[in-house]
Design a protein around this ligand. Structure first.
Ligand code: AMP
Length: 472
């Protein structure tokens, strides 16, 4: 492999990632529809693309990456929820836009610039008008303006579907018996009841879901750009619709050069009759990021969300969160031990070749963002260096390793500034227990477990080693 490769959903293969000639990378990711708190599944997508943007900035320079995320603050789901709660839809959207931004900040997601759909109505109107003028869209009286799929033969190129297969994407708002083709989707809905609406030359109304994104990206990036991301559920029909709209409006192809889609965070079955399912707001089976952030530090949540390859499913369960907690504990101990070695004039040289480890770490990141394997390299380094940290590492090597740790942290955001410190006598006991476990001396290791428990701590074994926690 030479240079960075990304799995491109459009070509269905890993491709070398080449910035465009200007070296400015324009990147867009679909943001939340704000009618509730976001769940940890949404957060998986947002944290992953935060890492993508931070890595691209690390590689190409901070000023060479523009990362925009939209906020869907007008939509059917918002109107329905507001009706139920007896509040104004735009007020409801405003409230959950704020909670979303707070959650993102608490999760250390700092790379995107957010753009609300309702701040881009003139751009939406402009695009709808262009599609009408070019004959790609048509009006259904007292209903809305629809995209005519028969005018866009490329429909389905991202998800390998056809326009006919678009039937299953038809939502209630796109369901009119006056449509030319079953899969035609609304790009503008005429005003109904007291729904929020904006005046337009073709009739007062509001944007369809798909057009807000292309209106926003056309304003900031132009009709073509580099990278578009989102969860797998958005590939069809949402991203197909975006391609149809923008390529029809501008006549330029491809609309986006690289498409990246993240796997789902899934709920494990709770009973034998239950099925594994995507965590989802609309079904109600979700854990909000807001609540989880009260129980776990952001680094633990980020580590957990990044612990499986982004295109693979990730299960939501306590064991995985505990593993993430143990992983963070190991990293934190490592960092603290390195810091305490920084004045050590006479220590030994390290047993690891740091520049090789660093190169391997970034090679994994450049291989379609294989973060789990990159972290594997980092944990190998921790295992190799730990013995020298105990016997005394020299300050130059400690400094070099700490610089590498900081580089990792700038991209992944998984290293805590402060964490509850485990008292030295407890961690010594835990180290002793690890030695007994390595010798398979279970009797002695159990004795130490009981001793640790009698001192007010509990110990749990995970793939990242023992997790020590204060008993509540
Ligand atoms: P929504 O608010 O439903 O439009 O979702 C916002 C973002 O979260 C989109 O990029 C979705 O693809 C993503 N998303 C939704 N549910 C999940 C899930 N269970 N796992 C991972 N990403 C998800």
């Amino acid at each position: 492999m030479c240079g960075m490769e990304i799995y491109n959903t459009l070509t269905k293969k890993k491709e070398s990632f080449q910035p465009n000639e200007s070296v400015k990378i324009n990147m867009f990711v679909c943001g939340p529809t704000v009618y509730d708190y976001i769940h940890i599944g949404n957060a998986r997508t947002f944290v992953f693309f935060d890492v993508v943007a931070k890595y691209l900035k690390h590689k190409y320079g901070d000023n060479n990456v523009n990362y925009i995320q939209n906020i869907t603050d007008i939509d059917n789901k918002i109107i329905e929820r507001a009706d139920k709660e007896g509040v104004n839809p735009l007020e409801l959207a405003k409230k959950y836009t704020e909670t979303f931004k707070e959650d993102m900040e608490s999760l250390g997601v700092s790379s995107p610039e957010y753009k609300n759909a309702t701040d881009h109505i003139p751009q939406v109107i402009n695009q709808v008008q262009t599609l009408l003028n070019k004959g790609n869209a048509y009006i259904i009286e007292n209903d809305g303006i629809y995209f005519d799929l028969s005018t866009f033969p490329d429909y389905g190129k991202l998800s390998n579907r056809t326009a006919l297969m678009a039937d299953d994407a038809v939502s209630r708002i796109d369901d009119s018996d006056k449509k030319r083709n079953r899969g035609d989707f609304a790009i503008w809905k005429f005003k109904q009841h007291n729904d929020p609406s904006w005046s337009a030359p073709f009739g007062e109304g509001r944007p369809g879901w798909h057009i807000e994104d292309t209106a926003i990206t056309e304003k900031y990036f132009g009709p073509q750009y580099d990278l578009h991301g989102g969860g797998q559920d958005l590939m069809f029909p949402h991203h197909e619709a975006e391609i149809a709209q923008q390529e029809s409006a501008s006549g330029l192809k491809p609309f986006v050069r690289y498409w990246m889609h993240g796997g789902f965070l899934i709920n494990k079955p709770v009973s034998s009759t239950d099925r594994e399912s995507k965590m989802s707001k609309s079904t109600g089976n979700f854990e909000t990021a807001h609540e989880l952030l009260k129980k776990y530090p952001k680094e633990v949540l980020r580590f957990y969300l990044l612990s499986s390859h982004y295109r693979a499913p990730l299960s939501f369960n306590e064991t995985s969160l505990n593993q993430a907690e143990a992983g963070i504990q190991r990293i934190n101990e490592f960092k603290q031990n390195l810091e305490s070695t920084l004045n050590n004039e006479n220590g030994m040289g390290s047993m690891a070749n740091i520049s090789i480890t660093e190169a391997e770490f970034f090679r994994k990141i450049e291989d379609d963002f294989n973060i789990p394997e990159a972290l594997g390299q980092f944990f190998n380094l921790i295992r190799t260096i730990n013995p020298s940290l105990k016997s005394g590492l020299n300050k130059n090597d400690a400094k070099l390793i700490l610089e590498f740790v900081q580089k990792i942290n700038k991209i992944l955001g998984i290293i805590p500034n402060e964490q509850e410190n485990i008292p030295t006598d407890i961690s010594r006991l835990s180290d002793q227990r690890e030695l007994y476990r390595a010798e398979k001396n279970w009797e002695k290791s159990d004795e130490i477990r009981l001793q640790i428990e009698s001192l007010g701590y509990k110990i749990e074994d995970t793939v990242y080693g023992p997790l020590l926690k204060k008993k509540k």
